[in-house]
Design a protein around this ligand. Structure first.
Ligand code: ZN
Length: 444
């Protein structure tokens, strides 16, 4: 059988030793799975996808896993399987001999408790209250988090768009264990987990606008996950959205729609999970200063062409756009500006609103307001007369599209949920209308 990659070096070596009688009877090793690349001096080198391999061992009823020591922490997350970290072929042979003799192994198994601990180096904590001012943008991000909405931040350079986006994962709901497992599997397949255990934080992926299509959605002769999958259960931040290649943005449509991405090659086709929140940012115009108080040298045609670089179908997946104006000097220095809520406080409100949605959508097959289809929007976003006429006025006066209409209702639903209000009130509608700044100000 033809093999791909070098991960089968170790099992092949052990099989040869088994078949030649040097390890006793090969049948005795049926309860052992091994994986690892061998270097010519007998050292065992790490492989990709150790967590998935450990899960496969568990699901096949195999109890022992011999694995390169760099991969042991992630594999040990699967506590039903005993994981033996080895650094040489000799170590692996020692484990086999001890197991067959029924002895305690001289190589100590990896500890599941250790693997479950958060990663050793605690990343520098960042918090929403470090961003001064920008109350509207912060509020919009809270709404986005609460309803699972994608969001576009529009503002001049230096207004803090990136700073805000980076803090978005800190107000998403805490990770469930199963979500951590999914993320760790993807990072493991991408070769990003060596020496570390479970990924315990939501990811923030921030690819540069020069990224290739393969880098963004995944690719290679043996397909590897791209940024959309590395951002699974977390945030994909596309800074300067109009600068991305149009073809690269086009391929985002499938993952945004299906929450997964399929990469087809001649030999095989692979599907990776890709359920992320899209946070994008852009300048209001090519020079960056349209509407900012500083002089802008762009004419309407240039602005229209700039905004038009983002395709309509992609814009259709973004429920919220919000202006992030240049920060006033006073605000920057924090003088007279309230600090605002910490990420923990905001996150508590988000979790509460998500609970309401989980309850609401029981049996509907979706989990958040952003996923509502027209049928569900009609079912759950009923309006009273005042809200209805307010929405109608906005539609005609501000020339909002029919597509914007549904988005406003979904976002209004989330705003009402944040207030634990069963009904959507006029205040919720008017706030949601404000989150269509691109339609109102730029989209011609
Ligand atoms: Zn300009």
């Amino acid at each position: 059988m033809r093999k791909e990659g070098a991960s089968f070096d170790l099992p092949i070596a052990l099989s040869i030793l088994g078949a030649s009688g040097d390890l006793g009877k090969a049948e005795d090793l049926q309860d052992v799975l091994s994986i690892g690349e061998l270097s010519l001096d007998g050292r065992v080198r790490p492989v990709r996808g150790a967590l998935s391999i450990a899960l496969r061992a568990r699901d096949s009823g195999i109890n022992h896993l011999i694995i390169p020591e760099e991969n042991a922490p992630e594999a040990a997350v699967v506590k039903e399987v005993t994981v033996y970290p080895v650094s040489t072929l000799r170590d692996a042979v020692t484990v086999c001999i001890d197991l067959m003799a029924g002895n305690e192994t001289r190589i100590k198994p990896a500890s599941p408790e250790e693997a479950m601990k958060p990663r050793a180096e605690p990343k520098q904590r960042i918090d929403f209250n470090e961003v001064r001012g920008q109350q509207t943008a912060k509020r919009a991000l809270e709404v986005a988090s609460a309803g699972g909405h994608n969001i576009l931040l529009i503002g001049p350079p230096g207004s803090g768009k990136t700073m805000l986006a980076k803090r978005f994962p800190t107000i998403l709901p805490p990770l469930e264990f199963e979500e951590s497992l999914e993320i760790t599997k993807i990072h493991s397949v991408a070769g990003l987990t060596n020496g570390t255990g479970l990924v315990t934080e939501r990811q923030f992926r921030n690819p540069h606008h020069t990224i290739s299509q393969a880098g963004l959605i995944g690719g290679g002769s043996i397909p590897r996950p791209g940024e959309v999958s590395l951002a699974h259960n977390g945030v994909l931040f596309l800074d300067e959205l109009p600068e991305f290649e149009r073809t690269a943005l086009e391929v985002l449509r499938q993952p945004l729609e299906d929450k997964e991405v399929t990469i087809s090659r001649a030999a095989l086709s692979l599907t990776f999970p890709a359920s992320f929140t899209l946070v994008a940012s852009m300048n209001p115009c090519p020079c960056g200063y349209h509407g900012s108080g500083r002089e802008c040298f762009c004419n309407p045609f240039m602005i229209q062409r700039y905004v038009g670089r983002i395709s309509g179908p992609l814009m259709d997946r973004i429920d919220i756009h919000v202006d992030v104006p240049a920060v006033k000097f006073k605000e920057l220095r924090g003088r007279g500006v309230p600090e605002g809520d910490t990420s923990d406080v905001i996150r508590r409100r988000v979790v509460q609103a998500r609970k309401i949605q989980l309850e609401r959508f029981k049996g509907e097959g979706i989990y958040s307001n952003s996923a509502m289809e027209p049928r569900l929007i009609r079912k759950y976003c009923g309006l009273d007369e005042e809200s209805e006429s307010m929405l109608e006025r906005a539609m005609t006066k501000q020339g909002l599209s029919a597509r914007a209409h549904d988005r406003i209702l979904k976002v209004a639903r989330t705003i009402a949920d944040l207030e634990r209000s069963e009904k959507i009130a006029p205040g919720h509608i008017s706030e949601a209308i404000n989150y269509r700044s691109l339609d109102k100000n730029y989209w011609v």
